[in-house]
Write a protein that binds this ligand. Structure first.
Ligand SMILES: [Zn+2]
Length: 319
């Protein structure tokens, strides 16, 4: 029998599962997690949901998996964060942490700052107490309230490395139709790889503040396949033979504030030079036009009438 493990001040004996709220160091902010310590040695797998509090399929997947995974099946440790931005979840606030005095977006703050505001402290706590002690990290997102998307899996691979290649291989064992490499921003999964040298992936599935049993089940089965690939759970993870690698992509931000008229949908194919969107001022005058830089497939679009300069506008890629 192996030793107990401790993460974020919570100690779990070998063969045990603990579900409770964890308190962020230096604050009274608490969010729900489950730690499952298997009896056999193995890797530590970290799955996180609810960095954005209205991205529901991953949150529901965590709640269900926390009940369903039997410690007797686990080799190593499984950590499930049910909903990190519980403040945003309860207040139904897109992206930001309402309890933070500056209403910051956690996914722009990693690896965090223990001397910053609440949101900075949450990020530092996650990075130091959990990611640094993990072997693999999956952060689960969706299109929140404001985006539509074609499901895709993103590998943190800003450059070639053994860890990034390993994350890419794990991603090939999920049901996602589209896989792309990204990295270099201060997002949670990117920080895990860049700042902590932990291979990491991001799921994008579901949108519009909605969720379905199909999306939840797909998130769960993809996480289980990754855990099988890591030998944390028993069984073979099947290779997805038809997954498409998006070798080049454009992640465009809005260049103006105003009314957004998106001219394409998530899942559409677009041609180089095709107009993708217009932004108008509040009097209906066109102030910005966005054109496709290359032939590609639209993965994510902003779907709100309102848009602010710097907001994510559209992501399209070429395979
Ligand atoms: Zn998100």
């Amino acid at each position: 029998m192996k030793n107990s493990v401790t993460f974020g001040g919570i100690t779990v004996a070998s063969g045990e599962k603990v579900s409770q709220y964890v308190t962020v160091t230096g604050t009274d902010y608490k969010f729900p997690i489950t730690i499952i310590n298997g009896k056999e040695d193995g890797k530590t797998f970290l799955a996180t949901a609810g960095i954005h509090g209205c991205e529901y399929p991953g949150i529901q997947a965590m709640v269900e998996m926390a009940k369903e995974i039997d410690p007797a099946d686990v080799s190593g440790v499984v950590i499930l964060m049910h909903c990190i931005n519980i403040s945003g979840f309860e207040e139904r606030q897109t992206y930001v942490v309402p309890d933070d005095p500056e209403r910051k977006n956690l996914n722009r703050l990693f690896p965090g700052n223990a001397d910053g505001t609440l949101a900075d402290k949450i990020c530092a706590f996650l990075s130091e107490e959990f990611v640094a002690k993990s072997d693999f990290h999956v952060d689960i997102h969706s299109g929140d309230m404001v985006e539509k998307l074609d499901p895709c899996i993103i590998v943190c691979a800003p450059k070639e490395s053994e860890n990034n290649a390993f994350a890419g291989e794990a991603a090939k064992h999920t049901s996602f139709k589209y896989r792309l490499n990204s990295g270099g921003r201060t997002e949670f999964y990117n920080s895990s790889s860049i700042d902590r040298n932990v291979p990491s992936l991001l799921f994008e599935r579901g949108a519009h503040g909605d969720w379905s049993k199909e999306e939840v089940d797909a998130d769960k089965s993809d996480l289980i396949n990754i855990m099988k690939y890591l030998k944390v759970l028993p069984g073979e993870a099947a290779l997805n033979e038809t997954q498409i690698f998006v070798k080049r992509h454009e992640w465009a931000e809005a260049e103006a504030t105003g009314l957004l008229y998106m001219l394409v949908d998530a899942g559409d194919d677009v041609k180089e030079g095709q107009k993708l969107a217009e932004i108008c001022d509040m009097f209906g005058n066109v102030i910005n036009e966005v054109y496709a830089k290359f032939d590609g497939h639209v993965l994510i679009i902003a779907s709100t009438l309102a848009i602010k300069k710097g907001d994510d506008l559209i992501t399209y890629g070429q395979s």
